[in-house]
Design a protein around this ligand. Structure first.
Ligand SMILES: [Zn+2]
Ligand SMILES: [Zn+2]
Length: 109
């Protein structure tokens, strides 16, 4: 399955600075985000910009949720989808898209 091909969305300098300054940020913040869902999915687009990983499963996700009209552009803190590709296998991959996401799980993409 291909990824959603909606145009990438640029972050503002303020957003990049704020997300980069989070004390437990796990990622280097990218200046543009591309939707991580399946091509043709319903509802708004989602991309993860940052995650604050404080250990012991204490994680705050920073998802940008937007649509193509430009009316919707929100920061969300939804949990990640814990669907796993091969239940019970210690090497299995978790999906890690936003919980309840549209489209198929990331490991099926
Ligand atoms: Zn999308
Ligand atoms: Zn999933």
């Amino acid at each position: 399955m291909p990824f959603c091909s909606t145009p990438d969305v640029p972050l503002t300098a303020e957003e990049i600075a704020r997300l980069s300054a989070l004390p437990d940020g796990a990622h280097e913040v990218k200046p543009v985000l591309g939707c991580e869902l399946e091509s043709g999915h319903g509802g708004p687009h989602w991309a993860q910009a940052q995650a604050e990983d404080r250990g012991l499963d204490s994680i705050t996700n920073w998802w940008l949720r937007w649509d193509e009209t430009g009316n919707l552009r929100d920061w969300m803190h939804d949990d990640t989808c814990r669907a796993d590709s091969t239940a019970g296998d210690p090497d299995s991959d978790f999906c890690l898209l936003p919980a309840g996401h549209a489209g198929c799980h990331s490991w099926a993409l």
